[in-house]
Design a protein around this ligand. Structure first.
Ligand SMILES: [Zn+2]
Ligand SMILES: [Zn+2]
Length: 135
């Protein structure tokens, strides 16, 4: 797993203007520099030149681009909590700058008594990303 993670962090998706039209992603192999083309909905490929396994993120954002793992830079944290036997979904503002401009009507996550611990939210978000990466 470690090795795959290292590779992903070094893969730089080439930004091309016609990407949206073509819906193809091109990724440079970190091992040999070969350009590997990904078909739509294809997120793992072997380099045609050296055989290295290359994976790209399902989402545009890279792990290293995420500043805040609590809200994934959205400013809003969605969490579920059990209230009188019912699972309900709540929204809270994050503590980071992205959450600061969401308005005072939304409570801050640290003040939500029924919210899971912030460290747990972070951990879950990271785990969810690792799952995407492992596909
Ligand atoms: Zn290669
Ligand atoms: Zn945040």
């Amino acid at each position: 797993m470690d090795q795959v993670g290292d590779i992903i962090q070094n893969v730089m998706p080439e930004k091309k203007q016609d990407d949206k039209v073509m819906r193809l992603k091109q990724v440079k192999c970190v091992n040999c520099g070969n350009i590997v083309t990904f078909k739509p909905k294809q997120f793992r490929q072997y380099c045609t030149k050296c055989g290295l396994s290359i994976a790209i993120w399902r989402r545009e954002k890279n792990e290293k681009d995420i500043n805040c793992w609590i809200c994934k830079d959205t400013g809003i944290v969605i969490y579920t909590a059990q209230i009188e036997g019912q699972i309900a979904e709540f929204a809270a503002r994050c503590l980071c700058p992205a959450g600061a401009d969401k308005g005072d009507r939304i409570p801050v996550i640290s003040e939500c008594l029924n919210a899971p611990p912030i460290e747990l939210i972070k951990y879950r978000n990271k785990k969810a990303y690792e799952k995407i990466r492992a596909r």
